[in-house]
Every structure is written in structure tokens, then in C-alpha cells.
Write a protein that binds this ligand. Structure first.
Ligand SMILES: Nc1nc2c(ncn2[C@@H]2O[C@H](COP(=O)(O)OP(=O)(O)OP(=O)(O)O)[C@@H](O)[C@H]2O)c(=O)[nH]1
Ligand SMILES: [Mg+2]
Length: 244
């Protein structure tokens, strides 16, 4: 057996094992009635900023929590904790993506049945996270107007494994002479018909549609459920705060 063959075999086994854990997580999430949304993008596209605004808005009416992945630091968890919702950081060390097992371990001690939404921010990377299922219901890929219009063509796998694309930092579009038509052509060329929402977490443009999309998704998944868990029972703390 060549070294290359062995490497491919080990990678296939890792992915298979990840799929097993992701399937278990998905079942667990559905049984608990929590809608799980993951965010993937290149570093700095605005995942945490989007979540800061999303958690603040949705947190006013829903039971919300977040996991956030980075190679190092707890900076993002600290930022998100300021919204008042339960947050935990996953630090991956040298690993450039989150895996289902990391998510499973990070959820230890959280009562998923108290949650309406769980958000998972992946490590900033447009390559590695694409092939790792995390058991989420909705995978969202972000690309910002400052990154160049051809990101979908350059990183097709991440666009093909996501359910929705968010074009972020719309407030900067004019300053960087963003070519909207070219960006849409790029999306269409790798993923015809992919839904795209345009947002600016800074100015608030498009945020209502984004939050509306999340509410719709949860209603589709759990049609018989109350709009929010707090209507069913008193809110309880899902877990400890950052890194808890
Ligand atoms: N002008 C503007 N800046 C934004 C917007 N969203 C995020 N930013 C800025 O872009 C920078 C990166 O945003 P983050 O939210 O930290 O990006 P991220 O994707 O979480 O980054 P990583 O976690 O490192 O991958 C920060 O300085 C944000 O303030 C936006 O809508 N408009
Ligand atoms: Mg971040």
C-alpha cells in the first residue's frame, strides 16, 4: 500500500465516523425540537458580527444559544456572550474546521429541549468545513462584498454543501465597487437556483429578511410547536457562559 492510498483511506474513515456522529446529533436535535443553524465563511466575512445582531434580535423572543469555533482565542465567545445568551467556544488548535464530535462534546450539560435555536459558527475557512456535516438543519455560507465576486467559483464545494448564501457587509459595496451581477453569476455557475440574501449586520439592511428566514425554517421543521419555548415553559439557562 502506498502512503497516498493509506492517507486517502484514513481520511475516508474520519469522514465516515463524522457522518455517524452527525446523524446522531441531527436525530437528537430533532427530538429536542431545536433548529440548528451553522455558519461557514472565510476568516473575517462577518460571521460573529452577524451572530451578535441575530442573537440580540432573536434572543428577545426565542431561546437561543451558540457554539463558536476558532483555532485559538475565546474572543468570539466573549463578543457573543455580551448578547446575554449561552455561548461556548470550541478551540480546535491546529484543526481548520469543526467536527461533529467537537459539537457533541461542547454541548455536554446543555438541555437542548429548552432551546428554539442553536447557532454554530465554524472556523473561518472556505475549504475544510465544507465536507464535515455537523448535524445542522440549515447551513449558511457567507461571503462579503470585500472578498471579490468570484468566491463561489473558486470554492464551489462550500457553496454546494450550503443551503443558503449570505452576501455580507453590503454597506461597503459602493466603496469597493462591488459588482453585484458578477457575484450572482458566480453563485449561479456553481449552484443554480441557490437562494442568496444580502445583508449588512452593521447598517441592519436585510437583517429582517434573514431573521424571518430563520423563523420560517423553524416553523417548517416543527410545525406543531409553539413559536417559542418560553410559551411552553419558563426559560431556563441552557448552560454556562463562554467556554463554560
Ligand atoms: N462595515 C461592515 N463591517 C462588518 C460587517 N460585518 C462584520 N464587519 C467587520 O468585519 C470584521 C470581521 O468580522 P467578524 O464578525 O469578526 O468576522 P468572522 O467571520 O466572525 O471572522 P472569523 O471568526 O475570524 O472567521 C470586524 O471588524 C467586523 O466589525 C458589516 O456588515 N459591515
Ligand atoms: Mg468569528
Amino acid at each position: 500500500m502506498t502512503v497516498e492510498t493509506r492517507l486517502v483511506q484514513v481520511r475516508t474513515q474520519v469522514l465516515k465516523q463524522n457522518d455517524v456522529v452527525a446523524r446522531e446529533l441531527r436525530t437528537q436535535f430533532h427530538e429536542a425540537g431545536v433548529c440548528v443553524v451553522s455558519l461557514v465563511s472565510s476568516p473575517g466575512s462577518g460571521k460573529t458580527k452577524l451572530l451578535e445582531e441575530t442573537l440580540s434580535t432573536l434572543g428577545a423572543s426565542h431561546q437561543v444559544a451558540a457554539l463558536v469555533g476558532d483555532l485559538a482565542t475565546e474572543n468570539d465567545a466573549r463578543r457573543l456572550s455580551k448578547t446575554g445568551v449561552p455561548v461556548r467556544q470550541i478551540t480546535t488548535g491546529t484543526v481548520c474546521h469543526l467536527e461533529a464530535e467537537m459539537v457533541r462534546q461542547a454541548l455536554a450539560g446543555w438541555d437542548l429541549e429548552t432551546l428554539d435555536f442553536l447557532f454554530i459558527e465554524n472556523v473561518g475557512n472556505l475549504v475544510c468545513p465544507a465536507t464535515y456535516d455537523l448535524g445542522e438543519d440549515l447551513r449558511v455560507v457567507l461571503f462579503s462584498v470585500t472578498e471579490g465576486e468570484d468566491k463561489p467559483q473558486k470554492y464551489p464545494t462550500v457553496f454546494n454543501t450550503a443551503d443558503l448564501a449570505l452576501l455580507t457587509k453590503l454597506d461597503l459595496a459602493e466603496a469597493v465597487e462591488f459588482d453585484r451581477a458578477a457575484a450572482y453569476r458566480s453563485v449561479e455557475s456553481v449552484r443554480p437556483g441557490m437562494p442568496v440574501l444580502e445583508v449588512s449586520a452593521k447598517s441592519g439592511v436585510g437583517m429582517e429578511q434573514w431573521v424571518g428566514r430563520l423563523r420560517d425554517r423553524r416553523r417548517q421543521l416543527f410545525p406543531g410547536q409553539a413559536v417559542t419555548r418560553s410559551e411552553e415553559k419558563p426559560a431556563t439557562e441552557a448552560g454556562t457562559s463562554a467556554s463554560g
